[in-house]
Design a binder for this molecule. Structure first.
Ligand SMILES: [Ca+2]
Length: 165
């Protein structure tokens, strides 16, 4: 009798542990995160141009495409995006985060009257649905200059995003 009860408890515990392991494995599969930067400077990009951050040393989940510069959501959820742009002396660079063509957040480096190099960062959290597409695009006539690096080849203009929950 006691032995049967012990066995029943053991079976129940094993089932619970099994479920928990499944949940943990599921969590591993659902990771989505990317970090991208540029391999060269960009000049005179016209309004609406997609900024193609063509190097992605990190692309967990494979949602970011270095050929198009676009991130395609593979799983519904809250996503955090951040990007930084470095302009040049007396050059502007204004860009925005777009999701399915809608402007979500803008990043303005208004540097055309400054003899120095300026950087700007913006970020946003967005409720993404599977199939939604996010990218950084040039806004207005201010896609004048985007530096890929400043010193020692370290990426200075970057685009990153990840699923929060
Ligand atoms: Ca200005």
């Amino acid at each position: 009798m006691v032995e049967n009860k012990t066995r029943a408890v053991q079976t129940e515990l094993e089932a619970k542990i099994g479920d928990k392991m499944k949940q943990l494995n599921q969590k591993d599969r659902e990771k989505h995160a990317f970090f991208a930067h540029l391999s060269s400077n960009k000049e005179n990009l016209i309004d609406g141009t997609v900024v193609i951050f063509n190097r992605a040393p990190l692309n967990v989940g494979g949602g970011y495409d270095t050929a198009s510069g676009k991130f395609t959501c593979k799983e519904d959820g809250l996503y955090f995006f951040s990007w930084t742009t470095l302009s040049n002396s007396r050059k502007d660079f204004t860009s925005a985060l777009f999701v399915n063509g809608n402007g979500i957040a803008e990043n303005i480096v208004d540097n055309d009257e400054t003899i120095d190099t300026m950087t700007g960062s913006s970020s946003a959290i967005f409720q993404m649905r599977k199939g939604d597409v996010a990218w950084i695009g040039v806004v207005g006539a201010e896609g004048t200059y985007l530096r890929h690096t400043w010193t020692k080849g370290i990426p200075a203009s970057v685009f990153t995003g990840f699923k929060i929950d």
